[in-house]
Design a protein around this ligand. Structure first.
Ligand code: AMP
Length: 214
């Protein structure tokens, strides 16, 4: 099963991908997580990407495409994958199609998680993440059991630098301008399925499972 989880920042892509990965036994490939790891490790890619990320801008396509080609060529993608945060521009979507063609693969579904903007801003401003295992919490509605500590791995949970209000505003503008056009791109390919992302994580997950037959 090869799925793209699509939607604005804060729509719930990471949360759903975490559940689907366990359910389907296929890798969750998040460009955001890969870039944050590169930043933590101080690799050349991380050094180049960090400024764009902190401002809430997109990292140039060329860097992303090189990173994704290498990732999708790894053998663990043979049975499928869940893409989260990629593609984010039409150029990335076209490059993904070309790459999958070369690898003799095809996408099965693109799931568009729909959440209104006020709700996205509310979610992102209260979001806490665990940099160690990528678990996601919500300060008000779904806090960790022990304040500041990840339930899953005990690591320290943090607020992402790009979840600060100025960066959030920028990310939503960037999404509307550069990423939203992909909805039409995938609708034309007959791959797009829209899911209401406000009905609670469990019900969103049920809807996705129904669409992909999991
Ligand atoms: P995310 O965790 O998906 O919200 O991504 C965090 C940040 O990483 C984004 O705001 C971008 O700066 C960068 N990023 C992640 N994925 C991509 C992508 N496919 N293309 C360009 N930049 C990306």
């Amino acid at each position: 099963m090869r799925v793209v989880l699509f939607g604005p920042p804060g729509a719930g892509k990471g949360t759903q991908a975490g559940v689907l990965k366990e359910k389907l036994g296929i890798p969750h490939i998040s460009t955001g997580d890969m870039l944050r790891e590169a930043v933590r490790e101080g690799t050349p890619l991380g050094q180049e990407a960090q400024g764009y990320m902190n401002r809430g801008e997109l990292v140039p396509d060329e860097l992303i495409l090189r990173m994704m080609e290498e990732r999708l060529r790894r053998p663990d993608t043979e049975r499928g994958f869940i893409l989260d945060g990629f593609p984010r521009t039409v150029a990335q979507a076209e490059a993904l199609d070309a790459l999958l063609d070369r690898l003799n693969m095809r996408l099965d579904a693109v799931i568009d998680l729909q959440v209104p903007e006020e709700e996205l801003v509310r979610r992102l401003s209260g979001r806490l993440v665990c940099p160690g295992c990528q678990a996601i919490y919500q300060a008000q509605s779904r806090p960790p059991r022990v304040a500041g500590k990840c339930d899953a791995c005990g690591g320290e949970v943090i607020t992402r630098p790009d979840d600060r209000p100025e960066a959030v505003r920028n990310r939503l503008v960037v999404y509307a301008r550069q990423t939203e056009p992909l909805i039409e791109y995938y609708r034309k390919q007959g791959l797009l399925h829209s899911v209401d992302g406000t009905i609670g994580p469990e019900r969103v997950c049920e809807q996705i499972a129904k669409i992909i037959g999991a």
